[in-house]
Design a protein around this ligand. Structure first.
Ligand SMILES: [Zn+2]
Length: 165
């Protein structure tokens, strides 16, 4: 299980945060107006670092995120930061659920142009700008999280992105 640093909520950051959200009705998606990453997730800078906007929103509404849990979207809209659409779960649960719903293929890395939640070791090394030989050590130290796919082990993109932040 990889760890993320806790998010520190401050009044000034929260004010900036609210200015970047299209607040809609309670049951609708509240889309992020600010910067997004390649997958469309909102990114927000707090202090000297950058966090996922939906994680900040979750912390604001519900308090600290239980250790090791990810904040997932019930609505599958990566730009959405409506706390009512967010839930805490493990990344593996989220990914296995997505495969069951056929939102993802077990062979994502072989489809060019498709953004997948799972990447190969070579792709993780490319994203992080490091040598491929360093990947097994990052996996064994728990910094990268893996999922067993048929015939191979893939790495969750979220754990790669969290190392890059
Ligand atoms: Zn939503």
């Amino acid at each position: 299980m990889f760890k993320m640093k806790p998010i520190v909520v401050t009044d000034s950051a929260t004010k900036r945060f609210r200015n970047k959200v299209n607040i809609a009705n309670a049951d609708e998606c509240w889309e992020w107006n600010g910067t997004t990453n390649k997958k469309g997730y909102g990114m927000f800078s707090v202090g000297s670092r950058c966090v996922f906007a939906h994680r900040y929103s979750y912390v604001l509404a519900h308090g600290e995120i239980p250790e090791g849990l990810l904040i997932c979207h019930k609505c599958d809209n990566p730009k959405c930061v409506n706390p009512a659409h967010l839930f805490a779960g493990t990344n593996k649960e989220n990914i296995i659920d997505a495969f069951k719903k056929k939102r993802m293929s077990w062979n994502p890395v072989d489809r060019p142009g498709m953004q997948s939640d799972l990447v190969s070791g070579a792709e993780a090394a490319r994203i992080l700008g490091i040598g491929k030989y360093r990947i097994p050590r990052l996996i064994s130290s728990g910094k990268l999280e893996t999922v067993n796919a048929p015939n191979r082990r893939l790495i969750t993109r979220e754990s790669v992105e969290s190392l890059r932040l």
